[in-house]
Write a protein that binds this ligand. Structure first.
Ligand code: NAP
Length: 291
């Protein structure tokens, strides 16, 4: 596993261990993150590795049945770093690779509509030509974001803010469910190239109902305008903001919402039933945790 010290990656490692897998976590040399000791405590092997060295990565990948990436970053990580990890996995003879995708369906999006997903599409084109069996997990938006970063369910105003149609279906999956499903896929040698899941498919109207049920207070809808208005706002925000190497600047989240409100990256068909032991968490359950 690469990225096992991250939010999603740590949960994938835990889910793999719960399923009885042998987990080797590749971490940056000298990492002092608490997850390193926790991974060891849970029974994972932790290996310091120079992610810039294909030779070091090859050694670290040797003997693995599957390389799982949960790395997060921009081009240097998602394209260049994962290419080195992929080259290492191929040289080491690892049969399978799961890239750090965990997103809406970027295969259906045009270039330029979502900076972070453009990088994933670019890496996956390389992955498609590598002599290794690949599986990408697509899960829509992390439901957890609805109680934090995503400005959609406005708890203070009791409104669900949106652009376009209140009836456009969208995919939401919790980070925990995404991790459980990814772990199951990593241990499934018959997993296909793409697996699509959604803990819940909900429209804005569905989010309104979930928020009202979760809080016991009625939520109303707040339509800002057509999706093209959000497109304009993204251009303005991007132009006004200094160039940054942040992975998730505000306009990146707006690009994600723009994609979802358009409906293009809707996941279909869903593979939720592939590993029947997974219990999918609803949007309402997540919204009910909002303090
Ligand atoms: N669908 C959604 O709504 C959604 C939301 C959030 C995230 N995601 C996706 O989930 C995946 C994981 O994200 P996350 O939130 O778990 O990320 P995170 O918490 O920031 O963790 C990133 C991991 O990548 C490692 N890493 C970053 N740069 C590295 C480098 N240059 N060399 C080696 N390791 C490096 C980090 O190592 P250190 O611990 O050493 O820093 C950490 O283990 C990403 O693909 C992300 O886009 C999807």
């Amino acid at each position: 596993m690469a990225g096992a010290t991250g939010d999603l990656g740590f949960r994938i490692a835990q889910a793999l261990l719960r399923r009885g897998a042998v987990v080797r976590a590749l971490v940056r040399p000298g990492s002092i993150k608490p997850e390193v000791a926790q991974l060891r405590g849970l029974g994972a092997e932790v290996v310091d590795v120079d992610f810039n060295s294909v030779i070091a990565l090859t050694q670290a990948c040797s003997g693995a049945a599957c390389v799982v990436s949960a790395l997060s970053g921009l081009r240097d990580v998602i394209v260049d770093g994962q290419k080195r990890l992929l080259d290492a996995a191929v040289v080491a003879g690892v049969p399978r690779f799961i890239p750090s995708d965990y997103s809406i369906d970027y295969t259906k999006l045009p270039n330029g509509s979502n900076r972070n997903l453009d990088l994933r599409r670019e890496f996956n084109q390389r992955l498609d030509h590598a002599p290794i069996q690949a599986t990408s997990v697509l899960n829509g938006m992390f439901t957890d974001l609805l109680t934090g970063q995503a400005p959609v369910v406005l708890f203070g105003l009791k409104r669900v803010m949106y652009y376009g149609s209140a009836d456009q279906p969208m995919d939401f999956t919790t980070t925990a469910n995404t991790a459980e499903f990814t772990a199951a896929a990593a241990l499934d040698p018959t997993a296909p190239r793409y697996l699509r899941v959604a803990g819940e498919v909900a429209s804005v109207r569905g989010l309104q109902q979930a928020a009202s049920q979760a809080t016991g207070e009625p939520f109303k809808l707040l339509r800002v305008g057509p999706v093209s208005v959000l497109g304009g706002l993204i251009k303005v925000t991007r132009a006004l903001m200094p160039t940054t190497d942040e992975v998730f600047p505000p306009w990146q989240g707006m690009q994600y919402l723009h994609n979802m409100f358009m409906g293009l990256p809707k996941l279909v068909p869903l593979d939720n039933a592939r590993y029947p032991d997974i219990r999918w968490t609803s949007v309402r359950e997540v919204l009910a945790t909002k303090k």
